[in-house]
Design a protein around this ligand. Structure first.
Ligand code: C2O
Ligand code: CU
Ligand code: CU
Length: 521
């Protein structure tokens, strides 16, 4: 069922989109057909093509040594893929506005919860409660900063205050809700926005720069398809439509031979993107935790939910239209590991098949030639950490799934949460070696709050992914733990004390218990 890259699951979703009626039916079907490589000219014409647009920026005002802005959470009617859809938004936009700050800023974000609430979701959580997490920011995990235990009921407001004196410059982070049990629904519905901490130097400022928030949707009856079954939570939702900054297949223009910087964020709940640009190489210059020492050339880039990548793209000197695609990728299913990586189960009820190939964006290379070169070096201070590890704490985490629930070391967060404790020294950092094992049949993106890590080794999975992150001086907060494999990472714990978390960033899994507490004292 997956020979052309479209799984039965996707076909079911096309069916669901079709029932919704109106223009969405046509554009949704056209898009799916085009992405499956069955496109005729008419289909191609119906698909996207609007000019690429960066996320809007949040207006910040300077107030007494701090910078302040406001985010209002609400249900909003928006245009999505040529139809209207009632999504969850920050300040009326999906993705939410880009927050641009500098290292050292004090930032205050006034968050108002304008959700209606009422009723419980399939996990029994009361709908409408939200909060704000700054994913990838090395800030305090306690009030008044990144305390994810805080709950904002409908109508509530709260001011988050972040001390960005320890947060590395040159980073792309993001914000999203983090109320356990409601994260998947709210992120799936549209609540996510980028956080940019400006570069340490202006060495990259001559390159035209764009932020690309990758997010998938399935719209049924004018709304995000509801979570209805344990299978939604076990498999994670994979949308019928992929968007870049809320647009279907927008078109970006570049002059032949020029270099652009694209900063990618996977803000999907559960979809992995295998990003490639037709007949172009990608040069990775930064990851979750900041810039790298130099560009790392790759043909394609795997981006799991929560991960970011900063890349340079040198446009071809041959004018034309090139597609930025996500290539088929199988992250496995409930039984994928037992069935040899999803082969037999591909596209079956367990959903172990590959996500289909899809166009994220087109790059139109046209105009006067501009002969730019890729820089030889990026951030000379970026390096692989080599601390003295004698006496370093070693930890082992084993991911588990079954009976509609997730776990870490056999502990389901809702039943008996796993709590690990780190004692920070009075001065300096604590270094820890964490091995995360994944005996399940599905890849899980492991994420820890507050502190970053360098990947020491990866067993299994995509060879290019493992090579990049074990060789480059990348600081990661989210890393794919391949099915049947493991990741060992070196965690640098510094500066902040409080209650942090670690979890799978297929956020459906987080909601069903694949989450633990990291108490830093
Ligand atoms: Cu992006 Cu704990 O989350
Ligand atoms: Cu996070
Ligand atoms: Cu998971």
């Amino acid at each position: 069922m997956s020979t052309n890259g479209v799984t039965r699951r996707d076909l079911l979703k096309i069916g669901a989109v079709g029932i919704a009626g109106g223009a969405l039916t046509l554009s949704g079907l056209a898009k799916m057909a085009a992405d499956a490589g069955q496109a005729g000219a008419a289909v191609a014409a119906a698909q996207g093509g609007a000019p690429f647009a960066d996320p809007v920026e949040l207006a910040l005002t300077a107030v007494a040594g701090a910078r302040e802005g406001s985010l209002a959470v609400a249900e909003t009617d928006l245009r999505l893929g040529g139809s209207s859809a009632r999504l969850l938004s920050y300040n009326g936009s999906v993705p939410g506005p880009l927050v641009r700050v500098r290292r050292g800023d004090a930032l205050r974000l006034h968050v108002r919860n304008g959700l209606a609430g009422g009723g419980a979701n399939p996990l029994g959580e009361s709908r409408g409660v939200t909060n704000l997490h700054t994913h990838g920011w090395h800030v305090s995990p306690a009030d008044p900063a990144d305390n994810v235990m805080r709950r904002l009921d409908p109508g509530d407001s709260w001011t988050y205050t972040y001390d960005l004196s320890r947060q590395p410059a040159g980073t792309l982070g993001w914000y999203h809700p983090h109320v356990h049990g409601l994260v998947a629904e709210q992120l799936w519905g549209g609540l996510a926005g980028p956080l940019v901490v400006e570069d340490p130097t202006d060495a990259l400022s001559s390159y035209e720069t764009h932020v690309l928030v990758l997010k998938d949707f399935t719209i049924v009856n004018g709304r995000p398809a509801p979570y209805s079954s344990p299978m939604d939570y076990m498999m994670g939702k994979v949308g019928a439509m992929v968007t870049v900054n809320g647009q279907v297949a927008p078109e970006l223009t570049a002059r032949p031979g020029t270099v652009q910087r694209w900063r990618l964020l996977n803000a999907s709940t559960a979809r992995f993107y295998r990003v490639a640009l037709d007949r172009h190489a990608l040069s990775v210059i930064g990851s979750d935790g900041g810039l790298l020492d130099k560009p790392y050339g790759v043909a394609e880039l795997l981006l799991a939910p929560g991960e970011r990548a900063d890349i340079l793209v040198k446009a071809s000197t041959t004018p034309g239209v090139y597609r930025l695609r996500t290539l088929p990728y199988s992250r496995g299913g409930m039984m994928g590991g037992m069935m040899g990586g999803g082969g037999m189960m591909g596209g079956g009820m367990m959903g172990g098949g590959a996500t289909p190939r899809a166009t994220l964006m087109t790059l139109r290379v046209s105009g006067r030639k501009s002969m730019k070169t890729l820089p030889a070096g990026i951030d000379p201070t970026a390096q692989r950490a080599r601390p003295d590890l004698s006496g370093a704490v070693q930890r082992r985490f084993v991911l588990g799934m079954g009976m509609g629930r997730g776990s870490i070391n056999g502990r389901d967060f809702d039943v008996d949460p796993l709590v690990v404790r780190t004692q920070l020294p009075a001065s300096g950092d604590a270094w820890e070696v964490w091995t995360i094992e994944n005996p399940t049949g599905m890849d899980h993106p492991w994420h820890q709050h507050t502190n970053h890590a360098q990947v020491l080794s990866v067993r299994g999975g995509d060879a290019g992914y493992a090579a990049l992150y074990t060789q480059a001086p990348a600081w990661k907060d989210t890393v794919i733990v391949p099915r049947g494999g493991s990741v060992t990472q070196l965690v640098k714990v510094s500066d902040w004390r409080g209650t942090a978390m670690f979890h799978c960033h297929i956020v459906e899994h987080e909601d069903v218990g694949m989450l633990g507490v990291w108490q830093i004292d």
